[in-house]
Write a protein that binds this ligand. Structure first.
Ligand code: URP
Ligand code: ZN
Ligand code: ZN
Length: 464
């Protein structure tokens, strides 16, 4: 039995902010109050700090083969970095191959995480085809495997892209089974044409990655996915929204009463398309799909977070070294592996750029980085809040600490930071996962492999 009392902190949830002590017994929050009996307890004084629910990152790619290589962060380094950054639960994307049983793909992903993760984790399942075998397996995936969200790629032609028929049938099946469908919304067919045209014209630099994926094609795909969702009477979660066109489609669909949710990521809130023009091929460090946009889109995204048109912040953690991996695209931007390292900075960037710059309230911050994802992905109230009976996943956060982001000091296994030199205010000092310190006074004290797979509940309208 372990008993801890976290004393003198300010508890902040998606709804409330108040001074209280938290008693933790055997990994769960047992009580929240004042003047608690301290007999047999380890007492931890956190005066001057906020206590946030541990971050829930709904979008990570750890140890994932992609773009002819594999992401550098695996479930060990990726989850250690996540914990340093205030995240205590991730939901990672399990890729599938056509013809392979879904459960075999899930076994592969379990094999990547087991014995390595230091925080809890779940999986989303990629759907690349719908056939009798897949339809037979999906109920078990939900009920037995606890995997209650499916991902369909509308882009990456000839690699991950699924057609509209597959998306529509996935939406129908998900509705029937109680799952949530996620989409990467870009028009992959038109993008493929634009890429081939650019290369034919000798346009090979990283900036052409952005110029061949215009925001209209993200807006178009988002609107198409929304219409198919309406037709299927289903529900939809749009990952990594980057632009005004996509926000507009989501807002319109929500105004019509559709259950559509949108996620954006820190990189789209603070970086812009001009980063892809950096000399000496440095622009490759800023290659994401969808791409970074012109700076004016950032205001649209911040407003959408403030007024509830977008509801979550994912990291889209997908790290590749500059040396040897991003460099695969020297002379051909289409060969640059897409993605970047963000898992460690998601939480602090949103606090610093969002709360301290008064773009969002502190309660919206908690909702965006933790609570809403826990609710949408069947983890709430076990995760995503500070309440009696919830897992004691807690972030002890110093709101005044200043830190300069740098690859020299980050814990991700990658040779650059997309935010190199940026100062953020506010930093996780200590982080607990199920009542045990993973990070204590900015030192890693966790146990490799202590993270557990979390079976998630089906999608439920009632908790949204
Ligand atoms: O560029 C990105 N976003 N890489 C990760 C894969 C994806 O599309 O989410
Ligand atoms: Zn994507
Ligand atoms: Zn992603």
């Amino acid at each position: 039995m372990t008993l801890k009392i976290i004393r003198n902190g300010t508890v902040v949830t998606a709804r409330d902010k108040y001074q209280a002590d938290i008693r933790i017994r055997d990994g769960k929050i047992e009580a929240i109050g004042v003047q608690m009996d301290e007999t047999d307890a380890e007492v931890v004084d956190v005066s001057g700090c906020y206590i946030f629910p541990g971050g829930v990152d709904p979008h990570t790619h750890l140890d994932m083969p992609f773009g002819g290589t594999v992401t550098t962060d695996d479930f060990k380094t990726g989850t250690i970095a996540a914990a340093f950054g205030g995240t205590t639960t991730i939901v990672d994307f399990c890729l599938t191959n056509k013809g392979e049983p879904l459960r075999s793909a899930l076994q592969t992903w379990h094999g990547k995480a087991e014995g390595k993760a230091v925080i809890d984790y779940g999986f989303h399942l990629m759907i690349s085809e719908i056939n009798d075998q897949v339809l037979e397996e999906l109920p078990q995936v939900i009920e037995e495997e606890g995997v209650t969200s499916f991902k369909v790629f509308m882009a990456y032609k000839n690699v991950l892209q699924a057609d509209d028929g597959t998306l529509y049938r996935t939406l129908l099946t998900a509705k029937e089974l109680g799952a949530l469908v996620m989409v990467h919304a870009e028009n992959g067919d038109v993008i493929d044409y634009l890429i081939q045209e650019a290369l034919k014209n000798g346009q090979t630099d990283p900036i052409y990655h952005a110029l061949t994926r215009p925001s209209e094609l993200e807006g178009e795909a988002t609107g198409r996915a929304a219409r198919l969702t309406a037709l299927a009477n289903s529900r939809l979660y749009v990952v990594h929204v980057t632009c005004a066109e996509a926000v507009h489609q989501i807002a319109e669909a929500r105004n019509q009463g559709l259950e559509i949710w949108g996620e954006t990521c820190p990189q789209y809130l603070v970086l812009d398309q001009s980063y892809l023009e950096r000399p000496a091929f440095e622009g490759a460090k800023y290659v994401w799909s969808p791409p970074l946009r012109e700076a004016w889109h950032q205001d649209v995204l911040w407003n959408a977070l403030k007024n509830g048109q977008l509801q979550t912040i994912g990291s889209d953690q997908c790290s590749f070294n500059f040396k040897g991996q991003k460099e695969l695209g020297l002379g051909d931007f289409s060969k640059i592996p897409n993605g970047g390292p963000i898992i460690e900075d998601r939480f602090s960037l949103l606090f610093s750029e969002g709360v301290l710059k008064e773009r969002i309230s502190i309660h919206q911050f908690v909702d965006l980085v933790s609570t809403r994802s826990a609710k949408l992905f069947g983890l709430f109230p076990q995760k995503g809040t500070i309440a009696v009976g919830s897992d004691a996943d807690l972030v002890i956060f110093d709101p005044n600490a200043k830190r300069v982001i740098s690859a020299e000091t980050h814990h991700m296994n990658v040779d650059y930071s997309a935010f190199e030199g940026m100062e953020v205010t506010g930093e996780p000092v200590s982080v607990l996962s199920r009542g045990e310190f993973v990070v204590r006074n900015k030192q890693f004290v966790g146990e490799i492999g202590s993270g557990r797979f979390v079976k998630r509940k089906p999608y439920s309208v009632s908790v949204q």
